[in-house]
Design a protein around this ligand. Sequence first.
Ligand SMILES: O=c1ccn([C@H]2C[C@H](O)[C@@H](CO)O2)c(=O)[nH]1
Ligand SMILES: [Zn+2]
Length: 131
Amino acid sequence: MDINKKLVEEALKSRNNAYAPYSNFQVGAAVLTEDDEIYSGCNIENASYTPTVCAERVAIFKAVYDGHKKIKKVAIVGKLGDYTFPCGVCRQVIREFCTTDCEIIVIKNKEEYQTLKFTELFPHSFGPDSL
Ligand SMILES: O=c1ccn([C@H]2C[C@H](O)[C@@H](CO)O2)c(=O)[nH]1
Ligand SMILES: [Zn+2]
């Protein structure tokens, strides 16, 4: 199966695991590491609100914990039928671990998704090489 399609399916599946009783906005994400492993995540909210973690960061942190520090694709699905783009905090976290040609896949549903370059989404960023 086409890898983008596989990431779309994993993100959609992960969305079902969202813990989002406060916003009722369920999000799923799937990332592809440089060595072709897939890690997925969902958003996990909190009664105190600020500890909430987005789906993208859950997926990325799982990958990094397992030793995969380079990510070449990130797929995201929020409200079905709409494109959901990563929030600012997640863009910065993606920036930390992305490859130079990293792609973002935003998903409307199983059949409709679009791909964009991460640098298009987050130009002029501050990253590890800025220090
Ligand atoms: O790209 C996004 C945008 C929002 N959220 C989550 C955070 C919160 O739980 C809910 C509403 O903002 O959606 C994500 O997981 N990823
Ligand atoms: Zn986020």
